[in-house]
Every structure is written in C-alpha cells, then in structure tokens.
Design a binder for this molecule. Structure first.
Ligand SMILES: [Zn+2]
Length: 292
C-alpha cells in the first residue's frame, strides 16, 4: 500500500513532469475505478495541470478548473511513461498530456531539478494508474460538483505526519485523546495522515515500542520518542526513495524496511529474531527483545 514516503516521491515527480501541460485525453480502462461520469472524465481534456500533490495517502491532481483525487488503496501504482511505451496489465485509468513550454514549474521539488527521467518539454507524456486488485478509486471533482471522498471528509483526516505545523506540543495534545494500541493509533488517518501498515511498524521499531502496547501506558518521554521516531523514519524514507524509485514510479521499494514483512529475520538493532503476526489481515512485524 502506498504510504506517505511512496506517494511523496510520486507527487513531486508528477508535479515536476506535468505542471503546465494540457491534458490530451483521459481514458477509463476500468470504468468501475472512476467515481464520476464519462462526460466529466472527457471534460478534463485541454485543461492544464496546475499542481500535483500528496494529501495523506491520496494523490491530488489539480487542473486549471477541475480536480482529480486518487486513493490507491492496496495495490494502486502510478506509471510515468512516454506515449510509445507499452502499457502494463491492470491499468485502470490513463491520462495523456501534451507538450509544454517553459520547463518544470518554479515550485518543483528541488530534488527533481535536472533529473534524467523528466520527459522533454516537447514530448507527450502518459500517466497510468494501475491497480491489479481494483480496490483503488479515481475521484473526479469538476468545479462546482460536490462529491464525497471517503477518508477526506470533515474530521476524517488529521494533520500530515510531516506537517511542520504538527509540533511536539500539538502531538502531545492530540495523542491524549487516543488511549488505544500504538499501531492502530499511527494508522488512524484522523489522528495523523500518511502512515499505513508498513511504516507504522518501522516507526514503532525506531521508537522501541511494541505495536500492541496501549498509548495510555506510555510515559511522557515515550510519547515524545514516538513523535521523533515518526519524523525521522518518514523523513529518512522519503530521502532514500527519491534516490531509489525514479524512473520506475510504479514499483514500490520496500527492501530498506527494518522489521515490516521481515518475520524470522534478525533485528537490525539487536540481532534477535523478528516476530511477525497477522492482526486483522495486516502483517505486523516487531522485535520482542528491543521494543518494549
Ligand atoms: Zn531488536
């Protein structure tokens, strides 16, 4: 499942590659993935891309008039391709973009500057949303049309995990209202947005806290350590993925993870065997020796 670090890299890359380009065509290969009408999809054509951004675990494509929001769910991925390249299987929606003048936008992320994978301005570009399990959704939001996006409604999305406004004081205040298990807490998008099954395991390992421990049992310094672990783990992952992911944005890089999906392997910190349990259908990896 794409989480904050994965989508952050994709959003930066697509913003740098697409901003200023007009939509040439929009095609729903799997119409059930689209929330919106065929006419609304068709009406995206000729609008220029203003901004591509990540909002929690959603990808947000702002055109000059309308907006498209994608929730990739478990297996949704984004491919950035030239028009000639062969489409992979499982494509749900394909957006083609025309050439632009003037190069990448001035607010493109600095790490994308001069990148070799950036398509030439004069060349057309295709972005494919691929989703083999067909759980992801593409929401069309034409200007003036109200459409509910589950997970983005009022009170459903808390501050972003890397938002500078989410200070340690704010974290302490927010976390008081959540007494339950730490892994569930981190995955609760209404508490903090962007973290899923994989990075919640990684953050808890970095904080040396067990996933099923209750927040109500944490000492004040452990609450603070969890905050620091969240920022450091996600920040490090974003920096690493900027190096590792391009140009294959459709591939999810996860081999840097310390404990998630590493049941039976050695804990990179203490060498003990990593425990893996499946709770509610989601694998949870942690170290019984160095997470308390
Ligand atoms: Zn350990």
């Amino acid at each position: 499942m794409p989480e904050l670090p994965d989508l952050d890299v994709v959003a930066d890359a697509l913003h740098a590659a697409l901003a200023g380009r007009p939509v040439a065509s929009a095609r729903a290969v799997m119409p059930l993935a689209v929330r919106g009408t065929p006419a609304e999809l068709e009406a995206l054509a000729r609008q220029r891309v203003a901004r591509v951004a990540r909002t929690g675990k959603f990808l947000d494509l702002q055109l000059e008039r309308d907006r498209v929001v994608v929730n990739p769910m478990l297996t949704g991925r984004f491919q950035l391709a030239g028009r000639g390249e062969k489409a992979p299987s499982g494509v749900a929606v394909e957006l083609s973009f025309g050439p632009r003048g003037g190069g990448p936008p001035p607010d493109a992320a600095r790490w994308t500057t001069g990148a070799g994978w950036l398509p030439a301005d004069g060349a057309p570009v295709v972005v494919r949303f691929r989703d083999p399990t067909q759980m992801g959704k593409v929401y069309l939001l034409p200007a003036g049309v109200e459409r509910v996006i589950p997970g983005m409604g009022p009170g459903e999305m808390g501050p972003d995990a890397l938002d500078p406004a989410l200070t340690l004081d704010e974290w302490r205040a927010r976390i008081r209202k959540h007494p339950g298990e730490l892994k569930n807490l981190l995955r609760n998008q209404a508490f903090v947005a962007g973290i899923g099954n994989a990075y919640s395991d990684e953050i808890l390992h970095a904080a040396r806290l067990q996933p099923f421990r209750k927040r109500s049992t944490l000492a004040p310094e452990e609450v603070d350590e969890l905050y620091v672990a969240m920022r450091v783990t996600l920040g490090d992952a974003v920096r690493l993925l900027r190096e590792r992911v391009p140009p294959t944005f459709e591939k999810q890089v996860r081999d840097h993870l310390a404990v998630h999906n590493r049941g039976g392997e050695a804990c990179p910190r203490c060498g003990s065997r990593i425990t893996q349990v499946t709770a509610g259908g989601f694998p949870t990896g942690y170290c019984r020796s160095c997470q308390r």
